[in-house]
Ligand binder design. Structure first.
Ligand code: UDP
Ligand code: MG
Length: 338
C-alpha cells in the first residue's frame, strides 16, 4: 500500500526523519534496520531522508532506495545548511501522525522506536530518548555536553531536558506548532521543548558511530552552544546590568578603604597601579558587553533579512512544496492526546 492510500485509510503513519550529510557508508545498514522495525510495528512508515548537501554517494543511494520502496521519500537541500536546518526541512515535509527524528550514523538505535511509539500511544506527545551511556565519544564532547545542559537548564525558562539528542518522537500536533517557529538560529530540541504538551523520556545507550566521522567539530559545538544560550535565555542580555552593579559595589568598597586609610591612618593613596588596573578592568567589561550586544544585533539583522531556512533543490515525487508560510497552511492536529 502506498503512503497516499494509507493516509486515505486514516491509518497511523509514522514518519522517520533522517538528516544525512556524507553518510553513504551508513545508509544501507540504517535502512535495513529501519525496515526491520517497520515490520515489527506493522508497516506504516514514511522514510523521509533529508540530504544536507552531501558530496559522497549518499544521494544516489537515497534515490535508489526511493525507487525500490514506495515509502521512501527525500528532500535534497541545495547546499550544506547544517543539521538543525536539515531536521527542520524533514519536519516541514513529513506527513505522519507522528515523526521520529533519527541520526543516520546509527548512534541512535532504530530498535528503540517501538518503545517511543508505545509511550506515544499512552498519550505523550513528545517522547525523547535520553542517553544513559555514550559509547565512542570523546571526553571533551561528553564533558562539554554535560556542562552545557546543566548551565542551559539553570539559565533558561524553557524546560530543555538534559542528556537528550534529536532522537525523539513528536506527535503531529507538536510538529504543527514547531512549523510555526521560523527563527534563523535554531535549536530543534529547544523548540520542541518550548512547545510544551506532555513530554516524557525513554532511556537508551548511545552507540558508536557506524562509519565515518562526526560532522561536529569542537568549534561548531561552541557555535551551537552560543546559539542556544542566546536563543533560549535572557540572562546574557542582563549581564551588562549585573556586571555594572558588581563594578559599582567594588568601587564603593575601594573608596571606603581609601578614605579610612587616609583619614584615620594617614596612609598615602597608591595611585598609579590602582588607576591602571581599574581602567583595564572597566575597558574589558565594556568590550565584552559591546560584543554581546553586537551578537544580538547580528541575529536581529539575520532575522530581518528573513531568508528561507534552507532551499530544497530536489524532492521525491508527491512531496508538497513547503518551505515558508506554515502558520496558516497546516490543518489542526488530527491526534489530540492531551
Ligand atoms: N548532519 C547534517 N548536516 C550537518 C551535520 C550533520 O545533516 O551539517 C547529520 C549527520 O549526517 C547525522 C546527524 O546530522 O545524521 C548528526 O551528525 P553527527 O553524527 O556528525 O553528530 P554527532 O552525533 O557527532 O553529534
Ligand atoms: Mg553521530
Amino acid at each position: 500500500m502506498d503512503l497516499q492510500e494509507m493516509k486515505q485509510e486514516t491509518m497511523d503513519i509514522l514518519s522517520i526523519i533522517i538528516p544525512v550529510y556524507n553518510e553513504a557508508a551508513c545508509l544501507e545498514t540504517l535502512f535495513s534496520r529501519l525496515l526491520g522495525v517497520e515490520k515489527e510495528l506493522g508497516g506504516k512508515f514514511e522514510f523521509l531522508f533529508v540530504d544536507d548537501g552531501s558530496t559522497d554517494q549518499s544521494r544516489d543511494i537515497i534515490r535508489r532506495l526511493a525507487q525500490e520502496n514506495s515509502h521512501v521519500r527525500y528532500v535534497f537541500l541545495s547546499r550544506n545548511f547544517g543539521h538543525e536546518a536539515a531536521t527542520t526541512a524533514g519536519l516541514d515535509h513529513c506527513i505522519g501522525d507522528a515523526a521520529v527524528i533519527i541520526d543516520s550514523d546509527l548512534q541512535d538505535p532504530p530498535e528503540l522506536i517501538p518503545e517511543l511509539v508505545a509511550k506515544w500511544k499512552e498519550g505523550y506527545q513528545v517522547v525523547y530518548a535520553r542517553r544513559i551511556l555514550r559509547r565512542g565519544e570523546t571526553l571533551f564532547k561528553r564533558a562539554s555536553s554535560w556542562l552545557f545542559y546543566r548551565i542551559l537548564r539553570g539559565l533558561s525558562s524553557v524546560d530543555i531536558p538534559a542528556d537528550t539528542g534529536d532522537f525523539r518522537l513528536i506527535d503531529r500536533c507538536v510538529v504543527h506548532h514547531f512549523r510555526r517557529c521560523r527563527e534563523q538560529n535554531r535549536f530543534v530540541r529547544g523548540l520542541v521543548a518550548w512547545t510544551g504538551f506532555r513530554q516524557t523520556a525513554v532511556p537508551y545507550e548511545r552507540d558508536h558511530r557506524f562509519a565515518g566521522q562526526t560532522k561536529y567539530s569542537p568549534l561548531k559545538l561552541i557555535e551551537l552552544a552560543f546559539d542556544v544560550m542566546l536563543g533560549f535565555s535572557n540572562v546574557p542580555l542582563r549581564l551588562g546590568i549585573l556586571m555594572g552593579l558588581l563594578v559599582c559595589l567594588i568601587c564603593f568598597g575601594l573608596i571606603g578603604v581609601i578614605v579610612v586609610q587616609k583619614l584615620f591612618f594617614g596612609i598615602p593613596i597608591p595611585g598609579y597601579a590602582l588607576l591602571v588596573s581599574g581602567i583595564f578592568f572597566l575597558g574589558g567589561i565594556q568590550l565584552l558587553i559591546a560584543g554581546l550586544m553586537a551578537e544580538y544585533v547580528g541575529r536581529i539583522y539575520q532575522q530581518v533579512q528573513a531568508r528561507p531556512l534552507y532551499i530544497a533543490a530536489e524532492k521525491s515525487s508527491g512531496l508538497p512544496p513547503q518551505e515558508t508560510g506554515w502558520a496558516e497552511t497546516e490543518p489542526p492536529a488530527k491526534t489530540d492526546r492531551i
